[in-house]
Ligand binder design. Structure first.
Ligand SMILES: [Zn+2]
Length: 73
């Protein structure tokens, strides 16, 4: 019997979390998987290094941003 239910990418969090949290996780993961364009070289090479810290693989730029998305807006 599989341990993970098929509820999208949030399935691995199991049943300990409620519906609302699951929805939020899906939302966050969608944002994280999106290509983030570097404000310096304008290439979609931005990666989240840690919560609120983003780095560009192309030019090495490191910026502080929101926890799940670079920049402030
Ligand atoms: Zn860059």
């Amino acid at each position: 019997m599989p341990r993970t239910k098929k509820v999208g990418s949030s399935g691995r969090f199991g049943a300990r979390y409620g519906k609302g949290v699951k929805k939020r996780v899906i939302e966050i993961e969608r944002v994280q998987k999106r290509k983030h364009v570097c404000p310096h070289c304008l290439k979609p090479g931005m990666r989240r290094l840690a919560s609120g810290i983003w780095t560009c693989r192309k030019c090495g730029l490191k910026i502080a941003g929101k926890a799940y998305e670079p920049g402030t807006g």
